[in-house]
Design a protein around this ligand. Sequence first.
Ligand SMILES: CC(C)(COP(=O)(O)OP(=O)(O)OC[C@H]1O[C@@H](n2cnc3c(N)ncnc32)[C@H](O)[C@@H]1OP(=O)(O)O)[C@@H](O)C(=O)NCCC(=O)NCCS
Length: 192
Amino acid sequence: MSWIGDPGLSVTIHRLVDLEAVGRDSAALIAGIERIFRSAAARWPDDPVAARAFQELWLSQYLVYERELVFIAKSGGVVVGYLVGCRINPATSPRFATLGYFQTFAAYCVDYPAHLHINLDADFRGHGIGERLIEALFSQLRADGVIGIHVVTGREQRNVGFYRRLGFDELVATPRGGGEVLFLGRRLGGGY
Ligand SMILES: CC(C)(COP(=O)(O)OP(=O)(O)OC[C@H]1O[C@@H](n2cnc3c(N)ncnc32)[C@H](O)[C@@H]1OP(=O)(O)O)[C@@H](O)C(=O)NCCC(=O)NCCS
């Protein structure tokens, strides 16, 4: 797809619950989120049971437990990006028990308990939309009195630069599969 001008300019950011409150088609919005989730997955399990568990762990549970922390980027009525957030400490929650790296990161999760997952359609990356989604989450978390947030990513991932620019610092890393998993944390007290 090609764009005249900056697609970021024609994108609006919304909370899912606000769109639902004014009667927008919730199922269509969720379908848009799921489409981006699947297209962004580096690998998708062949086994349908494993695929369901994968989607549950990385997306669906957030839509159930903390729906008010689901943000959507829309362009021309189409969902082009999403962010899901979580306020609770994943190192002490059974919801995330299958993610072994939280044992290594547990001490850091105390001061940086919240976390997020974010994905944009490939055509909409690199135009500042991700930053707008993160700003929307930060302001909600600050209003809720949350003290810090983390993301877990890979050392070789291009998104590390994105998070560092938004004030996330590398606090701890652990080896995995020949690479390294990074825990990046950001306090929520101040601005950028
Ligand atoms: C990471 C992401 C949310 C950033 O949002 P964005 O609107 O593209 O980001 P901005 O325009 O504000 O900033 C650009 C930065 O985003 C990151 N980025 C851009 N395209 C990216 C891509 N295809 N994959 C990963 N990161 C990317 C880079 O850090 C880029 O900076 P750089 O050009 O100096 O490398 C978005 O690119 C994306 O959805 N990427 C793929 C999925 C992903 O990596 N999600 C995070 C999982 S932890």
